[in-house]
Design a protein around this ligand. Structure first.
Ligand code: ZN
Length: 359
C-alpha cells in the first residue's frame, strides 16, 4: 500500500469509535468501483480545477488535513434534490459522490466536513466490514451507525472548525440554508431529549439521529486533538470516555431495548443449554444445582428442577431440546454473524457449571 495512505489509515484508526469494529479482511471491490466511476463520468460532474475550482480546493484541503494522497480520490457531483454523500472504496482509491442538493446547501467550510466524513469510510475500510455482515440484521444496522460516529470525527478533523461541522449537520437535518437557520447548538441538541422513548426508534436505520451525532462531535471536539497526527496521550484517554458516553447515548436513544433483549436471550440460551446437558446426564446433582444458583436466580433453578422432575427422561430431552433450539434461532435472527462465537462462549460457561473438562 502507498506509504502515505498507510499513514493516513493509521491516523484515522486512532480516532475510530470503539463501537466501530474493524475488519481484518481485504475485500476486492475494484469491479464495482470501476462501474461507479464509468457511470459517474457519464452522469455526473467531476470536481476539478476548471469546472468547480472552489470545491476542488476544498476537497484538496480536506485530503491534506487527513494526509490522504489527493490523486487517490475521485470526487463527483450528481444532480439530485436529495441531501446525500456516498463513498465507494476499492483497491487503492475511492470515489466520493455528493448530490447537488447537498453541495448547494452547504458553505465551503461545511462542505469540507462532508468530504472528510466520506473519506473516513474509505480510510476505515468500512466497505470490508459491511460486506461481511448479514445485511438487514440488527448487527448490520448497529455497525453502520457506529461507523457514522467514526466518520463524523474524521469529518471534523478535515474541516476548519467545530462550527462548520455542526452547521453542516444542522443544515442536512433541516434542509435549510443560513437564511432561516440560527446556529444555536445547545437548542439544537436539546431537541434530542424529546426523542427519547420513541417506539422502536431507529433500530433499522443506518445512521444515528443527526442530533446524537452532533452531540458526539461536540464531545469529541473537547478531546482537543490538534490534528490527526498530533500525539497527545491525554486526548486518547479522553477519547475513551467520550466513546463510553456515545455508547450510552446510542443505548438510550437508539438500540437499548434491543441490546437488553440480546442479553436476555443469551441468559435463556445458557439456561437451556445447561438443562440440555443435565437431561443427557440423567441426574440433576446437588453440586450442579448449587453452582447454578450462583449463576441464576434461585427461583429459576427451582422452576427448572420441578419442570424436569415432572417429565419422563424422553420427554424432558425433547422439550428441553426444543426450547434450546427456539431461543437459539431467535438469537440468531438478531445476531447472525456472532451466533457461533456466542454459543462457544456459552458452552464454556455450561462446562464451568457442570465442572467438566473441555472436550
Ligand atoms: Zn457516512
Amino acid at each position: 500500500m502507498d506509504n502515505q495512505l498507510l499513514f493516513a489509515r493509521q491516523q484515522a484508526d486512532r480516532v475510530r469509535f470503539a463501537g466501530d469494529i474493524p475488519s481484518e479482511a481485504e475485500i476486492d471491490n475494484a469491479g464495482q468501483v470501476g462501474l461507479v466511476r464509468r457511470a459517474s463520468y457519464e452522469g455526473a460532474i467531476e470536481i476539478s480545477p476548471l469546472l468547480t475550482p472552489e470545491l476542488y480546493k476544498r476537497v484538496f484541503s480536506a485530503c491534506e488535513r487527513l494526509h490522504v494522497p489527493a490523486d487517490l480520490v475521485s470526487p463527483f457531483i450528481y444532480s439530485s434534490p436529495e441531501i446525500q454523500g456516498e463513498c465507494y472504496a476499492g483497491g487503492q482509491g475511492c470515489i466520493v459522490r455528493f448530490s447537488s442538493g447537498l453541495v448547494d446547501l452547504l458553505d465551503e467550510d461545511e462542505f469540507e466536513f462532508v468530504v472528510g466524513h466520506e473519506l473516513g469510510h474509505f480510510l476505515l475500510a468500512h466497505h470490508a466490514v459491511n460486506a461481511q455482515t448479514t445485511r438487514g440484521s440488527f448487527e448490520y444496522f448497529r455497525r453502520r451507525r457506529a461507523q457514522e460516529i467514526s466518520c463524523d470525527r474524521i469529518g471534523f478533523l478535515a474541516c476548519p472548525s467545530l462550527d462548520a461541522a455542526l452547521r453542516a449537520l444542522m443544515k442536512t437535518l433541516s434542509g435549510l440554508t443560513s437564511r432561516h437557520l440560527r446556529f444555536d447548538v445547545l437548542a439544537f441538541i436539546a431537541q434530542l431529549r424529546k426523542s427519547e422513548g420513541a417506539s422502536g426508534h431507529g433500530l433499522e436505520v443506518t445512521h444515528p439521529s443527526v442530533l446524537l451525532r452532533a452531540k458526539a462531535i461536540l464531545w469529541f471536539s473537547l478531546c482537543d486533538f490538534g490534528g490527526l497526527a498530533s500525539d497527545l496521550s491525554n486526548s486518547f484517554d479522553n477519547l475513551r470516555l467520550v466513546d463510553e458516553r456515545v455508547e450510552r447515548d446510542l443505548a438510550r436513544f437508539v438500540d437499548g431495548a434491543m441490546r437488553e433483549q440480546i442479553a436476555r436471550l443469551k441468559e435463556d440460551l445458557l439456561l437451556w443449554m445447561t438443562a440440555n446437558e443435565i437431561v443427557q446426564l440423567g441426574v440433576f446433582s446437588a453440586d450442579v444445582q448449587s453452582r447454578m444458583r450462583r449463576r441464576f436466580e434461585d427461583e429459576l433453578v427451582d422452576k427448572l428442577k420441578s419442570f424436569l422432575s415432572s417429565l419422563s427422561k424422553a420427554s424432558a430431552e425433547k422439550e428441553v431440546f426444543q426450547k434450546m433450539l427456539a431461543v437459539r434461532s431467535e438469537l440468531e435472527s438478531i445476531i447472525p454473524d456472532r451466533i457461533v462465537e456466542t454459543i462457544s462462549t456459552l458452552n464454556e460457561e455450561v462446562r464451568g457449571i457442570l465442572q467438566r473438562e473441555s472436550d
